[in-house]
Design a protein around this ligand. Structure first.
Ligand code: IDP
Ligand code: MG
Length: 135
């Protein structure tokens, strides 16, 4: 199992606000190599499948609606210690708690519209990357 890759999405609010370039720049300046990159709009069914792990959570319905509301940018990233280092780069789920200098501190609008996704484990990085990219 690779431990040097993670998976990210630039979420619909950040794409709509024209932050794709700024966010990819922060990712590259953070030492991550962009291995795969794709702009795509998720159907509600696909968004629901991606976030199926959260389906019992109260915010699931809104999350699925939000994540299918416009295009996202999906990417596979490579770096030593990719999963943990990328979670550090993006900051806390709730931007109110995100550290200065993190992507979410800079671009997230709310706990839901929080600009980016980052995988939480090597296993999920592999599953989530394969959800978008066949390699
Ligand atoms: P993460 O993206 O930091 O890993 P998760 O707990 O895995 O956070 O939640 C997945 C996504 O669901 C979050 O990024 C955010 O968009 C949304 N979300 C999480 N918690 C809440 C909440 O309390 N209210 C609304 N949306 C939430
Ligand atoms: Mg998560």
């Amino acid at each position: 199992m690779a431990t040097n890759r993670t998976f990210t999405m630039i979420k619909p609010d950040a794409v709509a606000d024209q932050h794709i370039g700024d966010i990819l720049a922060m990712i590259e300046h953070g030492g991550f190599r962009i291995v795969e990159l794709q702009k795509v709009t998720l159907t509600p069914e696909r968004a629901g499948e991606f976030y199926a792990v959260h389906k019992e959570r109260p915010f699931y319905g809104d999350l699925v609606k939000y994540m299918s509301s416009g295009p996202i940018v999906a990417a596979i990233l490579e770096k030593d210690n990719a999963v943990a280092d990328f979670r550090t780069l993006i900051g806390a789920t709730n931007p109110a708690n995100a550290e200065e200098g993190t992507i979410r501190k800079k671009f997230a609008k709310s706990i839901e519209a929080n600009a980016v996704h980052g995988s939480d484990s090597d296993e999920n990085a592999q599953i989530e990357g394969a959800f978008f990219f066949k390699s």
